[in-house]
Write a protein that binds this ligand. Structure first.
Ligand SMILES: [Zn+2]
Length: 434
């Protein structure tokens, strides 16, 4: 994390400028749930689009999936989630508040952190993290279903469908972006830990013999992705799980951690899952060429979407004496440009500015419109939300058909012909694609 950005500043900026709001705020909010506002949804969509381009469209060995959140409960029984996807919780005997007994700083002999009483705690019970609900109109006919706690299982259970309907063969991977839900009771760190969150996951299917080189490949890919979206290398590090921490079926797991205020926390994971998943679902692969049949092994790179957004914002945030600038990669910035008529009261200037704005939008360059206040204030407002280019239409524009374009990071201004403007902006943005 850089020296000026703090979580408090980022949280305040996100609220003030419409990136992220607390959920249900007018009713007092809902803990660990957030809404993405007009700029937040653009940021999120841009990240998802870049991820999808990089890991699906640009690779011959990858395809996508968008599965339902509800699945047959047998999926979660086979995967082991019903039996063991849980946290150990203790309950206060006075107020019945629950706490994670394995949390650092929690003390069974201390007063309750919630009510302050010292009546003690009920012993730790395993508390399943899956949200459960019912399908069906009446009590008798309803059946229990879970909101998925991860997107991965939908990829495994569609393994055969995908093989039967695409030209893929081992090795290949399936990518999915989607919501997952976990009934976590630990308190959040803004959007770092939420009850409802978005995952970008890949299951990559291989022969056992290839696991080490495939693992190394994806470890490089994870780092390259993090750097390409604007995280700073100094704030990132890999940490390998030890034997105690790793799932019983995994031979190797590493986390990519980001330095939040001096504490490195997991943002992405990479696990070699052996053949555990496909075995649990009794799925195999029949090689048409060799006639051989076997259970493929799996390498799983997993990316948190909100855990991508928070480091990006922290690393993009800068301040100098006059301004706050969000130095976002232009591919990720909510707006690529902002268009300003120099004055509001000169009809030809406003009309020309409207035309330029429309031209940009039509060319796929999402741009903001602002005609309020003075130009200086408009620049500051766009700097704060990371808009890379501000375009002003002035009196000269009526004569020379050119505009002033101002760079967010350098504040340097250039004169560019209107008929070259789209090309100019696109060529600048492409430079930041990785
Ligand atoms: Zn209590």
């Amino acid at each position: 994390m850089n020296s000026v950005a703090t979580l408090e500043k980022i949280t305040a900026l996100c609220k003030r400028r419409g990136f992220i709001y607390p959920s249900s705020e007018i009713y007092g909010g809902l803990a660990n749930v957030y809404d993405f506002g007009p700029l937040g949804v653009e940021l999120k969509n841009n990240i998802k689009r870049l991820w999808w381009q990089r890991f699906v469209h640009r690779r011959d060995d990858m395809v996508g999936l968008d599965a339902s959140i509800f699945m047959n409960s047998k999926v979660w029984e086979a995967s082991g989630h019903v039996a063991s996807f849980s946290d150990p919780l203790v309950e206060c005997k006075a107020c019945h508040a629950r706490f994670r007994s394995d949390d650092e700083g929690f003390d069974m002999d201390a007063n309750c952190p919630e009510c302050g009483e010292k009546q003690g705690f009920f012993d730790a019970k395993q508390f399943n993290l899956m949200f459960k609900t019912q399908i069906g109109a009446t009590q008798e006919n309803s059946s229990d279903v879970y909101l998925r706690p991860e997107t991965a299982q939908a990829i495994f259970v569609n393994f055969k469908n995908i093989l039967d309907t695409t030209r893929q063969s081992i090795p290949f991977g399936v990518a999915q972006i989607g919501k997952a839900f976990r009934n976590e009771i630990t308190t959040g760190y803004f959007i770092f830990r939420m009850l409802e969150f978005e995952q970008m996951e890949i299951e990559y299917f291989i022969r056992e013999i290839d696991w080490e080189k495939t693992f190394d490949h994806w470890q490089d890919e994870i780092m390259n992705w993090a750097l390409s979206v604007g995280m700073k290398k100094d704030n990132l590090k890999f940490r390998e799980h030890d034997d105690k921490e790793r799932s019983h079926y995994s031979k190797k797991t590493v986390d990519l951690e980001y330095n939040f205020d001096g504490n490195f926390k997991e943002i992405y994971g990479l696990a070699y899952r052996g053949d555990y998943d496909l075995k649990q679902h009794k799925l195999t692969f029949a090689d048409q060429q060799t006639g051989e049949s076997y259970t493929p092994h799996v390498i799983e790179p997993s990316f948190g979407l909100e855990r991508t957004i928070l480091p990006i914002l922290l690393d993009a945030y800068t301040e100098d004496e006059n301004r706050i600038v969000l130095k976002l990669n232009p591919n990720i910035a909510p707006y690529k440009a902002a268009v300003f008529p120099l004055v509001q009261n000169k009809e030809e200037i406003v009309k020309k500015a409207r035309e330029v704005h429309q031209m940009l939008i039509t060319a796929g360059i999402y741009s903001a419109w602002d005609h309020r206040g003075n130009i200086g204030k408009r620049y500051l407002a766009q700097d704060e939300i990371g808009t890379p280019y501000c375009i002003t239409i002035d009196y000269d524009s009526l004569e020379d058909n050119a505009v002033t374009i101002r760079d967010r990071d350098t504040t340097k201004q250039e004169r560019v012909a209107i008929d070259k403007l789209c090309e100019y902006i696109k060529s600048q943005i492409v430079k930041h694609e990785a």
